[in-house]
Design a protein around this ligand. Structure first.
Ligand code: 5AD
Ligand code: SF4
Length: 444
């Protein structure tokens, strides 16, 4: 078999990172070796995100750059959510692009690439509700933690969101398949697993719900940390919360997308919960899991957002006191219900910017206060990688999802250290490894 090389550049969420690992896996068995640079690669794929306009603009710009790096005869393809959303339009806007492949069609990549080498230009964007790539072994590059998709697509219809269009209806993998994949990654020395799904806690494989999944995966021998992302507030049944609380491997952190703190706004977003119901989910989670940290996603400037509604978002942040929040300016996505709202509801850029800045200041202020209160704590930190600053500095995560920088060699990557938190930038921590003072075993 002729060996060829493939480079995949990934944008967007962890689901895309995971899909890229699957694509590398599907191509590896057809004779493609992964390379970490586009220059000289036989195949260059850009795995894209469509969630906001600026994510797409970045990709369009990047495609322009990449075509200059391509060697003669190399195949350039676009995959992921933007491929699904734009389909043939991508072939028209960029004449160098030969393949446009949506998230359910990656199995076809080897044959599509064969065709492309013969000069074909193809679009493959059919949904396949059976597709979980069960027979494909993901090619993982992270040796410390593994993302495992458990669900594809989304059945919620939040009015701002393009995901149901780009990833199709929700479907879950079989519990036994997820457990098997977890066992496989643990046998390769990876002890942290993150279960992935668009609304991961609505997982249901026909027999088992998310509570069953947490208990089953959490009990895999050798697994030390289990996380999941992103849940929907409505799918935190008492069963799921109990499973989380009673499974020791499940980490004490939940990323709980809030989007807005105003019930009227949540209704226009079709989030299907009120401010009070969101607070109730928070209260039930916190009551069940001591030391739980919470992070969230918030959108500002959704159509019709009044000053009072925005204030409710700020006040909900102050009430919950999130450890961190991802904040987004609303971006109108073609075809979503939000684009059909009255034009006079559109929030002006000036108001959007002012609200965004106010939100970021509020969120950061609260995070800083919470983090300052943690100084002196001793936490178990799993060292993940060299810190971006380099210079004998490595970084890791605590079970409750705090980023901690520690002075130490890269040979510590993959180790669990007990670290005392000595400083914080407000968002991340610095820490010093401490000697565990274990009590001496008793004689006799
Ligand atoms: N505009 C801005 N933010 C969005 N998100 C989803 N769709 C949009 C949009 N059209 C945000 C939500 C979601 C996160 C992944 O992206 O907060 O939770
Ligand atoms: Fe989008 Fe809402 Fe589905 Fe999340 S739950 S992917 S925000 S439609």
């Amino acid at each position: 078999m002729t060996r060829r090389t493939v480079y995949i550049e990934t944008y967007g969420c962890q689901m895309n990172v995971s899909d890229s690992e699957l694509m590398y896996g599907a191509l590896a068995r057809e004779g493609y070796d992964a390379v970490d640079h586009p220059i000289g690669a036989d195949v260059v794929l850009v795995n894209t995100c469509a969630i906001r306009e600026n994510a797409e603009q970045r990709v369009i710009g990047r495609l322009g750059e990449l075509r200059r790096d391509l060697k003669v005869g190399a195949v350039l393809g676009v995959t992921g959510c933007m491929a699904q959303r734009l389909g043939p339009r991508l072939l028209e806007t960029d004449t160098r692009v030969q393949l446009v492949v949506g998230p359910d069609a990656y199995r076809m990549l080897p044959s599509l690439l064969d065709g492309a080498r013969q000069g074909e230009r193809r679009v493959a964007t059919d949904f396949d509700l059976e597709e979980h790539y069960e027979d494909v072994t993901a090619r993982r590059f992270d040796g410390v933690k593994a993302w495992i998709p458990v669900q594809r697509g989304c059945d919620y219809r939040c009015t701002y969101c393009i995901v149901p269009t780009t990833r199709g209806p929700e479907r879950s993998r079989r519990l036994a398949d997820v457990v098997r994949e977890t066992e496989a990654v643990v046998s390769q020395g990876i002890h942290e697993v993150i279960l992935l799904g668009q609304t991961v806690n609505s997982y249901h494989d026909g027999t088992h719900d998310f509570a069953d999944l947490l208990r089953a995966v959490g009990a895999v021998p050798g697994l030390r940390r289990l996380r999941y992302t992103s849940p929907h507030p409505n799918d935190f049944s008492d069963r799921v919360i109990a499973a989380m609380a009673e499974t020791p491997t499940v980490c004490e952190h939940v990323h709980l997308p809030m989007q807005s703190g105003s019930t009227s706004m949540l209704k226009r977003m079709l989030r299907r919960y009120t401010r009070e119901e969101y607070l109730d989910a928070v209260a039930r989670l916190r009551a069940a899991i001591p030391g739980l940290t919470l992070t969230t996603d918030i959108i500002v400037g959704f159509p019709g957002e009044t000053d009072a509604e925005f204030e409710e978002t700020l006040s909900l942040c102050r009430e919950v006191r999130f450890d961190d929040a991802f904040t987004f300016k609303f971006s109108a996505r073609e075809g979503t219900p939000a684009t059909r709202m009255p034009p006079e509801w559109t929030i002006s850029p000036a108001v959007m910017d002012a609200r965004y800045d106010a939100l970021v200041a509020t969120v950061r202020g609260i995070a800083r206060e919470r983090n300052l209160a943690r100084l002196g704590d001793r936490l178990e930190v799993l060292i993940e990688k060299e810190a971006r600053k380099g210079g004998e500095l490595v970084q890791g995560r605590s079970r409750d999802f705090k980023t901690v920088l520690v002075a130490g060699p890269t040979s510590w990557i993959g180790r669990y250290l007990t670290v005392e938190l000595t400083g914080t930038s407000g968002a991340t921590f610095t820490g010093t490894p401490v000697e565990e003072r274990r009590p001496l075993p008793m004689a006799g």
